[in-house]
Design a protein around this ligand. Structure first.
Ligand SMILES: [Zn+2]
Ligand SMILES: [Zn+2]
Length: 325
C-alpha cells in the first residue's frame, strides 16, 4: 500500500472506531487520583528541551480531521506528512505572540527533545506528549507558548507549534531566536542508544522546514541546535543535518546564502556547521564556535587549494559545496 493510502486507511479506521471529540483533553487536566506524578525529565545541557513522562496517557483521541498534506519541496521532491493543527492537538492559547523574527537572515534549527529516548511507540500518545512539552514551557519555564515552530513525530505527523512568522524561544541565544525557526523532532537518546529515526519523521521534519521557507520566509540554512549553543541537541539527528537529508529536496546541505570571510570575522550559526564538517570530513581541527576567524580562513584556503578552487579564503557557494559534497 502506498504511504498515502496507508495514512488514509489509518484515518478511516480511526473514524470508524472512535467518536470525534469536540474538546480534546488538555495537559492541564488534573491527573486522576492514584496516578503517580513522575518528574519531568530534563537535560541540564539542553535548556528548553523537556519531556513530561507522565503526560503519555491513553485518553487522547487521534486528531481525526488531520489532513494528509502533500507539498513540493525545494527542488521538486514530493513531501507528504500529516499536519496537526494546534486545535487538533489541544494546544493552549499563547500568552503572547511576537512577530519579531527575521528568518531570512537565519533559517531553520533542528532540535530533539532530550538525551533520553522519548519517541512514543503509539501515535495515539504523541499529542499528549506535545501538550506536556507546552505545559512545561509555559508553566515551569514561564514562556509564552511551546518554544518550537513545529514538532515532528516518528509516525510522520507534523504538529503545529508557534508556526510561521512567530519568534521562537528554542535556541538558547537571542540571535538564534531573532533569526531562526525551530523544528523539534520528538526523539531523543545518546550515541549508540537513540530513538529509531523513521522515514516518517524525516519526511515530517522536511515538510516543516518547507512550510517555514514557503510560508515563513526562512532562508536556506539548516543548522542543529548545537551550532548555536553548548548542547548535544539534536543528538543523532545532527548527522542528518550535515548530510543534507533533512533538506526538503534532500542532500547535500544547501548553501546558507551568507559568505564567510575575515576580517572582521563572519559570525553565523552556519559557520559552526561548516567548521564541524571541516573537522569531521576533511581532517581539520577547528574550534567550532560559529566565528570565521584566521584559523577558519587558513583551513578554507587549504581545502580550496586541494580542490582546485580559486584560493581566496572566502566560503561562498563553490567552497561550501566542496565542503559538504
Ligand atoms: Zn535543542
Ligand atoms: Zn506520532
Amino acid at each position: 500500500m502506498s504511504r498515502r493510502a496507508t495514512l488514509l486507511a489509518a484515518v478511516g479506521s480511526a473514524l470508524a472506531l472512535s467518536p470525534l471529540r469536540s474538546t480534546p483533553a488538555h495537559a492541564a487536566t488534573p491527573l486522576s487520583p492514584g496516578l503517580p506524578r513522575r518528574p519531568y525529565v530534563t537535560s541540564p545541557r539542553e535548556a528548553g528541551a523537556v519531556y513530561d513522562a507522565h503526560t503519555a496517557t491513553r485518553r487522547y483521541a487521534e486528531p481525526l480531521n488531520a489532513a494528509v498534506d502533500c507539498a513540493k519541496g525545494t527542488g521538486g521532491a514530493q513531501l507528504m506528512a500529516t499536519f496537526v493543527t494546534r486545535s487538533q492537538w489541544g494546544a493552549r492559547a499563547p500568552r503572547d505572540v511576537s512577530t519579531s523574527i527575521t528568518p531570512g537572515q537565519g533559517g531553520v534549527v533542528v532540535h530533539h527533545v532530550d538525551a533520553v529516548k522519548v519517541a512514543e511507540p503509539s501515535h495515539a500518545d504523541c499529542a499528549a506528549q506535545v501538550r506536556g512539552i507546552q505545559a512545561f514551557h509555559m508553566d515551569s519555564n514561564g514562556w509564552s507558548d511551546i518554544a518550537y515552530s513545529h514538532l515532528a513525530c516518528v509516525h510522520g505527523y507534523l504538529f503545529q507549534g508557534r508556526g510561521e512568522n512567530v519568534r521562537t524561544a528554542a535556541q538558547g541565544t537571542t540571535q538564534g531566536n531573532d533569526d531562526w525557526y525551530a523544528v523539534c523532532a520528538l526523539t531523543g537518546g545518546t550515541t549508540g542508544d537513540y530513538d529509531v529515526i523513521t522515514a516518517g519523521i524525516v519526511d515530517a521534519v522536511r515538510y516543516g522546514i518547507n512550510r517555514l521557507r514557503v510560508s515563513g520566509g526562512a532562508a536556506a540554512a539548516i543548522t542543529g541546535h548545537r551550532d548555536h549553543h553548548s548542547t548535544d541537541c539534536p543528538g543523532a539527528l545532527y548527522g542528518r543535518v550535515i548530510s543534507g537529508e533533512l533538506n526538503p529536496s534532500g542532500g547535500p546541505l544547501p548553501y546558507p546564502g551568507v559568505s564567510f570571510r575575515q576580517p572582521p570575522a563572519t559570525v553565523h550559526a552556519s559557520v559552526a556547521t561548516w567548521q564541524y564538517r571541516m573537522n569531521s570530513a576533511h581532517g581539520f581541527s577547528l574550534t567550532v564556535d560559529g566565528q570565521y576567524g584566521p584559523g577558519s580562513d587558513a583551513a578554507c584556503r587549504s581545502l580550496q587549494s586541494r580542490r582546485g578552487l580559486s584560493v581566496d579564503g572566502v566560503v561562498g557557494p563553490a567552497t561550501w559545496g566542496a565542503t559538504f559534497a
